[in-house]
Design a protein around this ligand. Structure first.
Ligand code: PHE
Length: 508
C-alpha cells in the first residue's frame, strides 16, 4: 500500500520539478518555503517591535527602556496593533481575488512582496509617514499570504494527492522558522540599538525572500502563473469606476474631517474595526443565502459557521501575543533566565518554538490514535483548541495578579501561557484550513482561503473596538470574559458535535 502510494505520488509529481524533490515534495515547495519563511520573518519581526515602539518614550514605557518611539499609551498602541492585524487578514481576501482574476497567484506574490519591502523601508525612515508604512505592509502581506498558500496547493494533484497534507505541514514549519528567528534578531537590533534599524531589517528579510522567489520561480507549477478566471474588460472598468468612486468619497469625507480640525486616529481605527466585523458576517451571510447551493452544500456551510465563529474567538486571544502578552513581557516579567538578560521581544519567539517542538508530538499522537480508530474528529479538535486557549487566559490571570504590586514574575509564566496557546493552535490551525477547503461550496472554492483568514480579522477587530472603547485589555475583567467566551464556545461545539458532524456530510 505504502509503495503504491509513493508510486502514485511520484507519477502525479509536478512536471516542472525536473525530478528533484524537497523532503520528497515537488521542488517548488522549497521556493514557497523560503519565500514564506522570509515573509513571516519580516512580519513577526516588525510585529515584535510594533507595540513597544508605539509606547516608547511615553508614560506607559518601561523605565530605562529605549526612547525614540511615538510615546502613545499602551491602550492606544494595543488598539492600533489590533487594527493592523485585522487589516492584514482582511486584505487576504482581495489578495486572493487579485490572484484569481487579475495577475495570477505568482505575480500577485511578487507585487505583494514588493509592497511589503516598500512599506518596511517607509517604517525605517523616522518621521510622520509611520502609519503609511504600516498600511503598506498590511496591503502587501494581504496580497501575499493567501496566494502563497494557494500555490502550495497547486504543487499537488488536487485534494486527493497523498502528499498534500504533508506539504502544508512542511509549509507551516517555514512560517514558524521565520517567526522563531525574527524576534531574536529584531529584539537585539530594534529594541536595543535603534527601532528604525529594526524596521529596516524587515525590508532586508522580505527582499531576500523576493529574490529567491524570483530565482526559484521556474520550479513552481505553471498553474501559479495563470489567471484562472480573468476579468472581462467591462468588469475591469466597472471595478475601476467603483474603486475610484469609493476612494473619492473617502478622500472628500476625510478631507472635511481633517480640514475642520477634527481628525484623530480614531477616525481611521473605528471604521476599520467596524468593517472588520461587518465584512466577515456579510461574506458568510452571502454564501449561506446563495440559492444556487445544493442542500448538501448548504448543510456544509451551516456547519462551517460553527468553526468560523470559534476560530474568530480563538484568534481574538491568540493574536494578542504581540500586544497584551508583549506588554506584560516588557513591563511585568523579569528579563533574565539562568542569569542571562534578554530583551522582552525574545519572548515572542516562544510560540513558534513550541510549534516546532510540539507539532511532531501532535502528529504522532493523532497517528497513534487514528491507528486505534480513536483520532478525534475536526469538531472535537476545535472544541479542544477553544478550551486550551480559554485555559491559557485563565492561567494568565495568576501572573497578572502576582505582578499587580509592581513585582516582576518569572518568564516561565509566559512560556507556559504560550505552551497552552500553541497546543490549541495545533488542534485548530491545520484542521481549520483543511476543513475550510473541504466544506467550501464549489462556486466559492477559490475564495475560501481568504474566508478562513477573515476569522482572524473578526477576532482582531473585536479586540480593537474593545481597546478603543476604553476596556483595559490587560485587566482581569476583560481577560476572564475572553477566556470564558472561548471556553464556552468549545463546550458548545462539543455538545453540538453530532449535529455539526451530520451537516458536514462526508467531510470529517
Ligand atoms: N503563525 C501563523 C501564521 O502566521 C498563525 C496564523 C494561522 C495566522 C492562521 C493566520 C491564520 O501563519
Amino acid at each position: 500500500m505504502a509503495s503504491s502510494l509513493t508510486k502514485d505520488a511520484a507519477a502525479q509529481g509536478n512536471p516542472a520539478n525536473g525530478g528533484k524533490t524537497f523532503f520528497g515534495h515537488p521542488r517548488g515547495l522549497a521556493t514557497l518555503f523560503m519565500t514564506e519563511m522570509w515573509e513571516r520573518f519580516s512580519f513577526y519581526g516588525m510585529r515584535a517591535l510594533l507595540v513597544l515602539y508605539l509606547i516608547s518614550g511615553g508614560a506607559d514605557a518601561e523605565t530605562g527602556s529605549q526612547g525614540g518611539g511615538l510615546a502613545m499609551t499602551a491602550a492606544s498602541a494595543s488598539a492600533i496593533y489590533a487594527v493592523y492585524m485585522a487589516l492584514v487578514y482582511l486584505l487576504a481576501m482581495p489578495g486572493g481575488w487579485f490572484g484569481d482574476r487579475v495577475w495570477g497567484p505568482r505575480k500577485t506574490v511578487i507585487v505583494g512582496a514588493s509592497v511589503v519591502i516598500a512599506g518596511h523601508v517607509v517604517l525605517a525612515i523616522p518621521g510622520p509617514s509611520f502609519f503609511v508604512g504600516l498600511a503598506m505592509v498590511a496591503c502587501g502581506s494581504g496580497l501575499l499570504k493567501s496566494n502563497i498558500s494557494t500555490m502550495v496547493g497547486h504543487l499537488y494533484n488536487g485534494p486527493q494527492d497523498p502528499r498534500r497534507d504533508g506539504g502544508f505541514t512542511v509549509f507551516y514549519m517555514s512560517i514558524n522558522l521565520g517567526s522563531l528567528v525574527a524576534p531574536l534578531l529584531f529584539g537585539w537590533v530594534g529594541q536595543s540599538i535603534n527601532w528604525h534599524l529594526g524596521f529596516g531589517l524587515a525590508a532586508v528579510g522580505m527582499a531576500l525572500g523576493l529574490t529567491q522567489f524570483l530565482f526559484g520561480t521556474k520550479h513552481l507549477d505553471p498553474k501559479s502563473s495563470q489567471v484562472p478566471t480573468p476579468l472581462t474588460v467591462e468588469e475591469r472598468n466597472g471595478w475601476l469606476r467603483k474603486g475610484l468612486l469609493w476612494a473619492g468619497i473617502a478622500a472628500v469625507f476625510y478631507g472635511i474631517v481633517a480640514g475642520t480640525g477634527h481628525f484623530t486616529l480614531n477616525w481611521a481605527l473605528v471604521p476599520i474595526g467596524v468593517i472588520g466585523i461587518a465584512i466577515p458576517f456579510a461574506v458568510l451571510f452571502r454564501i449561506k443565502r446563495d440559492k444556487e447551493l445544493s442542500p448538501s452544500e448548504q448543510g456544509k456551510v451551516s456547519s462551517y459557521l460553527w468553526f468560523f465563529v470559534a476560530a474568530a474567538a480563538f484568534w481574538m486571544i491568540f493574536d494578542q501575543a504581540g500586544s497584551t502578552l508583549s506588554l506584560f513581557a516588557e513591563k511585568n516579567t523579569a528579563k533574565t533566565i539562568f542569569g542571562l538578560s534578554f530583551p522582552s521581544t525574545w519572548l515572542q519567539s516562544v510560540n513558534p518554538m513550541w510549534v516546532l517542538a510540539l507539532a511532531p508530538v501532535f502528529a504522532t499522537m493523532w497517528l497513534a490514535l487514528a491507528r486505534r480508530g480513536k483520532e478525534p474528529s475536526t469538531t472535537v479538535k476545535f472544541a479542544m483548541a477553544m478550551v486550551a486557549i480559554g485555559a491559557s487566559y485563565f492561567f494568565f490571570i495568576v501572573p497578572i495578579m502576582m505582578s499587580a504590586g509592581g513585582d516582576k514574575v518569572s518568564p516561565m509564566w509566559l512560556i507556559t501561557v504560550y505552551c497552552m496557546q500553541t497546543m490549541g493552535e495545533l488542534c485548530l490551525s491545520p484542521v481549520g484550513l483543511s476543513v475550510t477547503t473541504k466544506l467550501a461550496p464549489v462556486k466559492y472554492a477559490s475564495q475560501m482561503m481568504g474566508v478562513w483568514f477573515l476569522a482572524n480579522t473578526a477576532g482582531d477587530s473585536v479586540v480593537s473596538l474593545l481597546g478603543i472603547a476604553g476596556a483595559d485589555l490587560s485587566g482581569v475583567g476583560v481577560l476572564v470574559a475572553e477566556a470564558a467566551l472561548a471556553t464556552l464556545a468549545g463546550v458548545a461545539i462539543y455538545l453540538n458535535r453530532k449535529r455539526i458532524n451530520e451537516r458536514m456530510g462526508d467531510v470529517r
